[in-house]
Ligand binder design. Sequence first.
Ligand code: ZN
Ligand code: ZN
Length: 273
Amino acid sequence: MKVKFWGVRGSIPIFGPKNTKYGGNTSCIEVNCDDKTIILDARTGIMPLGLDIMAGITAEENHKKSLYIFFSHVHWDHIQGYPFFRPAFHSEFEIYLYSTLQKNIDIESALRSQMNPPFFPIQLQDMSASTNFNNINSGENVQIGNVTVEGIALDHPDNSLGYKITYENKSVAYISDHEHTDISHERIVDFLKGTKLVIFDAHYTPEEYSGSDGDGGRKGWGHSTWEEAVALCIEAKIDRLALTHHGREDSGVDRIESEAQSEFRNTIAAYEV
Ligand SMILES: [Zn+2]
Ligand SMILES: [Zn+2]
């Protein structure tokens, strides 16, 4: 099982000399289990991932290549890379897309809407890969060969879903976008037990979240902190933690990483490959 980060920023891409260490793209993670490619979220990081997938296709391959994209939710900034995902324009790809319903909007309508004229010059039906749209609910499993993907409801405006991917008795969990509560904390500890790697939404510092920095606080904004990530990992006995959805420049991410490491040594702030 190999995990590659193609985008780690939260909310909006960020570039320039103060942002080179972690990369500027927004969330997209590739998880390869044997010959299965699973993609978590389709924000701007899915553009370079698409190019990488195309570069790996050899002329001799004469069977369809399957890709599996799981969306945490369809907030605009989590789907906006899809119209730029090169494999979706090639008929040799078969793309399976999964998301939870948000206000009764499914993943197909969400992707279609963002490409409707006059927002984008190409429509969803013009993308020539075969596509298969699916709803997934909290507690449901999707079986992809020997890989199991399980969903869990997170706390976020309009809903979002976290995922646990299990292959050959190893699991990686992706918990973003999520705002911690006392109720969800216990539920998520249970979900994470036995997981090797947890990728977690640490968009805010604890001071920003609580308002102790004097800026009014961020409660109800749908994101979490490194402190909550560390508490979950300690309680669920997780091996490794990767913080993501970075909401600041590199120097601030460095600070979050070292504060988290002082309480949970096997922490990294995720960075682009
Ligand atoms: Zn987000
Ligand atoms: Zn969101």
